[in-house]
Design a protein around this ligand. Structure first.
Ligand code: PAF
Length: 282
């Protein structure tokens, strides 16, 4: 497994990449790799000849009061994971490498990145789309693999790829969950057991919403009411949003039809949790 730290070395690697070695698949990550990342890497491994994983805690996507400094970092474990999963190349830039002192460009997607997470984290998505544009330009992958856990991020990146005519396919891979349904996330490393136990209610609420739709409910307000009831706001738990949305535009729905995404974000004792479920209505 090769490790590259500079943009120059990556460009050279890219230019010399032999097309006979098959397509290039990119799994962009911020490290602290877990089962969800492994699933993305395995998907890439099955479908691409060359698998690249980028590990970069991107300062641009953290707000001033967010956890950039505290974000879990565990490089030796991450590299061991990449070796185990047969990754061909790990791109491991430093912040100064991607953002030299005179860096002054940002890439921002419009309406799609302003709602839901965008309302609560106003500069988040432009940090994501800026770094993802750079990574895609450097690695030039044929495919990139993203997890459903960050469903809005997937929608925003898909829009970026479409709007800027980037020549690659974005693949969404299902959220990996613990046995009780709790979605895996790098941030789970600093969540206490009590917080986890309370936050599990988010998944349970979404699952109840999905069940209500399966049972024939087509009014979004009724499904949302059901989800809020399961979540039982209170007990130090606050709801940022819990809505039925169109899976493509992420606009809130009144009448449910087509592909619907149930999107939720809550705060438990100062920690934010997001999750979602997709429901296809025939
Ligand atoms: O999902 C993540 O880990 C990050 O937002 C990404 C896509 C690697 C960009 O920094």
């Amino acid at each position: 497994m090769r490790i590259i730290r500079t943009t120059q070395a990556l460009r050279t690697w890219q230019r010399r990449h032999d097309p006979l070695r098959g397509s290039i698949g990119l799994v962009p990550t911020m490290g602290a790799l877990h089962g969800g990342h492994r699933a993305l890497i395995r998907h890439a491994r099955r479908t691409c000849g060359t698998v690249v994983v980028s590990i970069f805690v991107n300062p641009l996507q953290f707000g001033p009061a967010e956890d950039y400094r505290r974000y879990p970092r565990d490089l030796s474990r991450d590299l061991a994971c990449c070796r185990e999963e047969n990754v061909d190349l790990v791109f491991l830039p430093k912040a100064e490498t991607l953002y030299p002192h005179d860096f002054q460009t940002t890439v921002a997607v419009g309406a799609l990145s302003q709602r839901w997470e965008g309302e609560h984290r106003p500069t988040h998505f432009q940090g994501v789309t800026t770094v993802v544009t750079k990574l895609l330009n450097l690695v030039r992958p044929d495919r990139a693999f993203l997890g459903q856990k960050d469903y809005q991020q997937y929608c925003v990146i898909r829009q970026l790829v479409k709007d800027l005519d980037l020549d690659l396919r974005i693949t969404l891979c299902p959220t990996v969950r613990d046995a009780d349904g709790f979605a895996l996330s790098s941030r789970n490393r600093y969540v206490t057991n009590t917080q986890r136990q309370r936050a599990l209610a988010l998944y349970q609420a979404l699952a109840a919403g999905k069940q209500a739709i399966a049972g024939g409910t087509r009014r979004a307000d009724l499904v949302e009411k059901k989800m809020v009831k399961v979540l039982d706001a209170g007990h130090g738990l606050a709801i940022d949003y819990l809505r039925c949305c169109d899976a493509r535009s992420l606009e809130p729905l009144t009448r449910l039809r087509g592909t619907v995404v149930l999107l939720g974000a809550i705060r438990v004792g100062g920690v934010r949790f997001i999750d979602n479920l997709i429901v296809r209505i025939r």
